[in-house]
Design a binder for this molecule. Structure first.
Ligand code: NAD
Ligand code: WQD
Length: 345
């Protein structure tokens, strides 16, 4: 029988790619999203891509009544929980909003799941839980270090889930710590579509290459790295989406809870990313070195072997494929859409 998955935040960047991967793997998927950081037109594009209508609940993950009626309407076998606020700087300005959506939202969802007897959940965690790690590549055993309210919400989310499993063995959880997701779906119909000026490197470089932003500021070139600029483990979003399918399958098949990093195990500096994007776009990327960004981490690279042992997960896409897909997405037809979601193409 077809298994049914609820995807919270499924209209967002990673959620939309995971939706396609889950549908392609044969799951029946319902998206719940309040579109606070997603464009409504993504739903039509997901329908084009998969050739089937999207089952959508437009709702806030903190809205217990709507969630309960959704669980009364459908029997879900598992939930993949993406819905969250994710901007680090904003989390310092509005910590309570982050605690509310990311922590209260999670607890609310777990309560409704428990009442409905659905006790399998995949949780979006982040390399940010490691703060400034002692070890690189960083293993899952590295200690928690909160650097900001956003990071704290991911640590708290993991702790809540771990305590829940310890207290009630009917629960099974998959905790996935993503490193730096980048790139876009090979169809170029979906990709990263930030509503505001992007904070993250890849979407920012993309805007500079496209001529929408004049230059990239490189935050520091005096780190102890190959060229002095910050190093990250960039993982193609399609690889990341496949990691979620494997995590869901593991929960549904053998019911084993798991905690894994999702990364490539390789790091690239800001300068290497600029060079790679230049190759992919054939455009200049004007850039200027400025001071270090407050609270920045010099190096984040995943120790990636546990995901392979536990889930059989290995990344497949290269850095050049990542940049090429980002460029194809940024210059594709979606760029004609208005920000409220009407497709003007
Ligand atoms: P995103 O903002 O593109 O997606 C989040 C989705 O959740 C959006 O569609 C948004 O509209 C929705 N949402 C937000 N608040 C909601 C609420 N209260 N109720 C219902 N829906 C709500 O972000 P993303 O990059 O796809 O991230 C997905 C998850 O992965 C998040 O939990 C994020 O913290 C985590 N994560 C992201 C990164 C990254 O760099 N992108 C890295 C590590 C972890
Ligand atoms: C990458 C590198 C910057 C922008 C953030 C969140 C983290 C996680 C992933 C969700 C760094 C440099 C960046 C720019 C630059 N998200 N940079 N100029 O710092 O790994 O983490 O996204 O969980 O929580 O903090 O990613 O893309 O912001 O930066 O030089 O305009 O690019 O200094 O070295 P980061 P990033």
């Amino acid at each position: 029988m077809t298994q049914r998955i609820l995807l919270t935040g499924g209209a967002g960047y990673i959620g939309s790619h995971t939706y396609v991967a889950l549908v392609e793997a044969g799951y029946d998927v319902t998206i719940l999203d309040n579109f606070q950081n997603a464009n409504r037109s993504v739903i039509a594009r997901l329908e084009d891509l998969t050739g089937q209508p999207v089952t959508l609940a437009e709702a806030d993950v903190r809205d217990a009544t709507t969630l309960a009626s959704l669980f009364a309407e459908h029997v879900f076998d598992a939930v993949v929980h993406f819905a969250a606020l994710k901007a680090v700087g904003e989390s310092v300005e509005r910590p309570l909003d982050y605690f509310d959506v990311n922590i209260s939202g999670l607890i609310n969802l777990l309560r409704v799941m428990d009442a409905a007897g659905c006790r399998k959940i995949v949780f979006s965690s982040s390399a940010t839980v490691y703060g400034v790690p002692d070890e690189t590549p960083t293993p899952e055993t590295a200690e928690f270090r909160a650097m900001n309210p956003y990071g704290q919400t991911k640590i708290s989310g993991e702790q809540i889930l771990n305590q829940l499993v310890a207290a009630d063995d009917r629960w099974q959880i998959g905790i996935l710590r993503y490193f730096n997701p980048a790139g876009a779906h090979e169809s170029h119909l979906i990709g990263e579509d930030p509503r505001d000026t992007p904070n993250n490197l890849m979407p920012f470089i993309a805007k500079v290459a496209a001529g929408e932003v004049e230059e990239l500021e490189v935050f520091g070139d005096d780190y102890d790295t190959q060229d002095g600029t910050g190093v990250r483990d960039y993982i193609h979003v399609d690889d990341l989406a496949r990691g979620h399918v494997l995590s869901v399958a593991a929960l549904l098949e053998d019911g084993q809870s798991h905690l894994v990093n999702l990364g490539t195990g390789e790091g690239h500096s800001v300068m290497e990313m600029i060079a790679a994007y230049k190759r992919a776009s054939n455009r200049d990327i004007p850039h200027r070195v400025v001071d270090r960004r407050a609270g920045d981490v010099p190096i984040y690279v995943a120790k990636a072997d546990k995901a392979e042992e536990v889930l059989g997960f290995r990344t497949e896409k290269t850095l050049d494929e990542m940049c090429a897909s980002s460029w194809a997405w940024i210059t594709g037809p979606h760029s004609q859409e208005d920000p409220d979601g009407e497709d003007n193409t």
